[in-house]
Design a protein around this ligand. Structure first.
Ligand SMILES: Nc1ncnc2c1ncn2[C@@H]1O[C@H](COP(=O)(O)OP(=O)(O)OP(=O)(O)O)[C@@H](O)[C@H]1O
Length: 299
């Protein structure tokens, strides 16, 4: 079966908290070796999804497989490494002791020194975790996630507390990890970060996946416009060929064209189909979400 070969297979996943539809029916398949950004504004459902993927909470409904296994099994086998936003670190243990302790729980760990080197924590290996800055703690969490030598890394806003330099080092280290063919899923607010690092963007809003595509395509959708018009007799495939068009949907007599360049598309549309009428142009539906998403980082 297809899902057996997938790094991540999610079908019909749902998690509600009372009236809050934190995750509301998502399907997702990630192939081994893919680097996927889970993008969305505050409260979109990213953390809830990540928690279920790594077995920290159970879905109300739906199926999750990680390399063909239940999440808890994949975690126990060391095939998932996770880095959570506020993952607890033992205050009184040093960084080196913390990483070594986690390594001892796994069957085929990376060496402690290798994990510490990759995460850039060697220079404060002897410091206690409660004496670290927010960004340093994040790097220790990264070392902890790496040391099990996982095939899949799941990261929830990994760079949230990092300054620009640390962030750059972090992504360089991640690249070392993905160049070896490992799979990564990371949640972020930042389209820029997704663009630089991910192969693919899964955009969530209000518990649902509203886009799942290459970064370039999602960016175009976010900044583009939608042309809606009455055009009953032209096949969708033909409209997709018009210049500046990213996507086309038909609802009865009306077609909706998501455009990267609506001026160009409109000229071509009128030229090719002069009988088109009742034309409306609007900002693409994702724009609102992206206002939050693309909010510039402070740094
Ligand atoms: N344990 C919980 N009890 C009640 N509501 C919850 C719980 N966990 C999450 N929620 C709600 O579910 C929704 C989705 O939250 P989630 O943390 O998954 O979003 P997110 O996309 O990770 O947001 P952020 O970017 O702010 O971390 C939010 O409305 C949140 O308040």
């Amino acid at each position: 079966m297809k899902e057996l070969g997938a790094a991540v297979y999610v079908a019909g996943l749902r998690k509600h908290y009372g009236d809050v539809k934190a995750v509301d029916g998502i399907d997702l398949m990630i192939a081994p070796g893919e680097v996927v950004a889970l993008l969305g504004p505050n409260g979109a459902g990213k953390s809830t999804t990540v928690d279920m993927l790594i077995g920290l909470s159970k879905p109300d409904v739906g199926e999750i497989r990680v390399f063909g296994n239940e999440p808890s099994r994949a975690v126990a086998e060391g095939s998932i490494g996770a880095m959570l936003q506020n993952g607890t670190l033992l205050d009184d243990a040093t960084v080196g002791e913390t990483v070594a302790m986690i390594a001892s729980l796994h069957r085929a760990p990376m060496t402690v020194s290798e994990a510490m080197r990759r995460a850039g924590v060697e220079e404060f290996a002897d410091r206690r975790c409660n004496k670290l800055s927010g960004g340093q703690k994040q790097r220790v969490r990264f070392a902890v996630a790496l040391v099990s030598n996982p095939d899949l890394l799941v990261l929830d806003e990994p760079t949230a507390a990092m300054d620009v330099g640390t962030r750059r080092e972090f992504w360089a280290s991640m690249r070392e990890f993905t160049d070896a063919g490992r799979t990564v899923l990371f949640a972020t607010h930042y389209l820029d970060e997704a663009e630089e690092f991910a192969d693919r963007v899964v955009l969530m809003r209000q518990g649902q996946i509203v886009a799942d595509d290459s970064v370039a395509k999602v960016r175009a959708m976010a900044s583009g416009r939608t042309i809606s018009a009455v055009l009953p007799d032209v096949p969708v495939e033909q409209l997709t060929q018009l210049p500046g068009v990213i996507d086309v949907a038909r609802r009865a007599e009306r077609v909706e064209l998501v455009c990267a360049d609506s001026d160009r598309t409109l000229r071509a549309l009128l030229n090719a189909h002069p009988h088109v009428h009742d034309i409306e142009i609007s900002a693409a539906g994702l724009e609102e979400a992206f206002l939050a998403l693309t909010a510039k980082e402070n740094s």
